[in-house]
Design a protein around this ligand. Structure first.
Ligand code: ATP
Ligand code: MG
Length: 557
């Protein structure tokens, strides 16, 4: 199957709608958009929306716009804008040029607001924000009309122009759509569509002191861009009525439609930029790209591949059912991808020194082995593994005594060193606490990568050569929260796992000294790891655990 075919979005209720729209002629093409607010970095929830919107455009030969929803002037930040562009591209998608901004349409939006005023469908309200709230009513009780609701058109026009000219203080006046204060949908009770804000805007500078609200801006931006299918999450279901109302009452021809799907909720992770921001600000994590975060940049630094994230989004599907996806679903996607592509390497996470006492005698003189980078993949090349009299193995791979189930090294029995000799443990040295600190062993002559009569080791363990291995910190990660649903906790900061990161001083094979971020490795018998990008920028080598080899196996255990 071609890669493109394999990645095709599986049928879902939105593709059904699109197919029906194409058949009925409601539209002849598909135009979608991804509209992030640049107030933080993108997270795995956004990946779902990106894969869907860009994926639909790809599958149907249409277009997808990247539009920064920058209606709120105080929150924007160039760092966020750049990170969002980078993350979308890294995920493997390209927007239709140019990048759009809601603020590109401020002039047009102002014009459409005037259209509503001229039709008697919008009015300048001088109730205070508090009073507006009180007048709005509740789910059980209808709202009340503002005393300013029935102003004549000319007065509204003059007052709105006064708002624009800076004649009102913030909160002293706003423009409201005149819809229905008794609507069962609170968003239809004369929603505010413009408010006064004396704030500098990243794109429009000080040109405006009134800013349009999201609900008014979004539908019109979609229409201006000729979006056919505007996909958002379920919490905007009620707002669809306002979306349609605005477009029904202005002169724009193009007619987009809004469709809602359920949000992605992922266990042990936050999918709210506001909450993520708090973790960053409080220094609980090492920036937005902390490998423990399920931000796109955190996942990248952790060693996730774009293909694995796209595959995850394909598997979770698109529905209207709210649910929470298990972390293992995301992990198995990266595990499968890396299993197929990541070169193998040897790294000892909890080093224990072994002295091969007979090293150098006849049959135990080989010091280097040429081994494949990825078994069964000759195109991935080979590398040289070295060995000498002293090696390191993992502490967990040696026991003085053990039952038959233990297939690693124990006193008096044999094990094979991966790619190397069969060795037998003779004795061990301990420190004053009884902890084993050195193992004395001997190698079976002529056993390097070969079978020898009478020797049948039950297991294979990995090792590194003490003479040329590299000591590096390896960052092991556990979930960042103790609660699988931190977003629902009353105070999510109280469920932060204090032991989510452990740094091991590991010994890794020489070839890993050249590891670069973006290249994943399988540390044999441990898991998948990659060089940390932040350390790399500082000229240091550190590895991050991407994911353990098997579910429930704590890497290194
Ligand atoms: P946040 O609370 O993190 O700020 P948001 O929805 O306000 O989330 P936006 O930047 O406005 O973030 O979102 C851009 C797009 O991504 C929107 O279309 C939104 O519906 C979608 N999106 C955001 N979070 C999720 C999620 N968890 N699952 C699916 N789509 C999401
Ligand atoms: Mg938002």
């Amino acid at each position: 199957m071609a890669a493109e075919e394999q990645e095709r979005i599986p049928r879902n209720f939105i593709t059904d709608i699109i197919d029906a729209d194409l058949n009925s002629g409601r539209t002849s093409h598909v135009a979608t958009r991804f509209p992030p607010e640049p107030n933080g970095y993108l997270h795995i929830g956004h990946a779902k929306s990106i894969c869907l919107n860009f994926g639909l455009a790809r599958d149907y030969g249409g277009t997808c716009n990247l539009r920064f929803d920058d209606t709120n002037p105080v929150k924007e930040d160039m760092e966020y804008i750049k990170s969002i562009e980078r993350d979308v591209r890294w995920l493997g998608f390209q927007w239709q040029e140019p990048i759009r901004h809601s603020s590109d349409y401020f002039d047009k939006l102002y014009g459409y607001a005037l259209e509503l005023i001229d039709q008697g469908l919008a009015y300048v309200d001088e109730l205070s924000p508090d009073e507006i709230r009180q007048y709005r009513g509740t789910l059980k009780e209808p709202g009340r009309n503002s005393p300013y609701r029935d102003r004549p058109v000319e007065e509204n026009r003059a007052l709105f122009e006064k708002m624009r000219a800076g004649g009102f203080a913030e909160g002293a006046a706003c423009l409201r759509a005149k819809i229905d204060m008794a609507s069962p949908f609170i968003c239809m009770r004369d929603p505010v569509i413009y408010r006064v804000r004396f704030a500098h805007h990243a794109m429009t500078g000080d040109k405006w002191c009134i800013y349009p609200m999201y609900d008014f801006t979004h539908c019109i931006s979609d229409a201006i861009e000729g979006i056919t299918h505007s996909i958002c999450t379920l919490e905007f279901q009620d707002n669809r009525r306002l979306y349609d109302w605005v477009l029904d009452h202005i002169s724009i021809k193009s007619r987009p439609h809004q469709y809602e799907m359920s949000r992605l909720n992922l266990e042990y992770s936050l999918t709210s930029k506001r909450k993520l921001n708090l973790l960053v600000e409080k220094g609980i994590v090492d920036g937005w790209d902390d490998p423990r975060l399920t931000t796109i940049s955190g996942l990248r630094r952790r060693g996730y591949t774009p293909a694995s994230i796209r595959e995850f989004c394909r598997r979770i599907g698109v529905t209207k059912q709210e649910n929470t996806v298990e972390m293992s679903a995301l992990e198995s996607c990266v595990r499968e991808d890396l299993n197929a592509h990541a070169p193998r390497a040897m790294a000892v996470l909890h080093p224990l020194k072994v002295v091969i006492e007979n090293f150098g005698v006849e049959g135990v003189t080989e010091t280097a082995f040429e081994v494949p980078n990825l078994p069964d993949h000759p195109e991935m090349g080979t590398r040289t593994i070295t060995i000498s009299k002293e090696i390191y193995i993992d502490e967990a791979d040696f026991r003085e005594e053990a039952n038959k189930q233990y297939k690693r090294l124990k006193l008096g029995s044999e094990v094979r060193l991966r790619h190397g000799y069969i060795i037998k443990a003779l004795s061990c040295d301990k420190d004053e606490n009884g902890k084993v600190i050195l193992v004395h062993a001997e190698a079976v002559p002529h056993s390097a990568g070969a079978n020898v009569e009478g020797h049948k080791p039950k297991g294979v363990i990995h090792f590194v050569n003490a003479a040329d291995c590299v000591s590096v910190p390896v960052n092991m990660f556990a979930p960042l929260f103790t609660d699988p649903n931190p977003g629902a906790a009353e105070d999510f900061l109280s469920v932060v796992n204090q032991n989510s990161k452990e740094v091991l001083m590991a010994k890794v094979e020489k070839s890993l000294a050249d590891a670069k971020p973006g290249q994943a490795y399988q540390f044999e018998r441990e898991g998948y790891f990659c060089a940390d990008s932040k350390a790399f920028e500082q000229g240091k080598l550190e590895f991050n655990l991407t994911v353990a080899l098997r579910e429930n196996k704590k890497a290194g255990a």
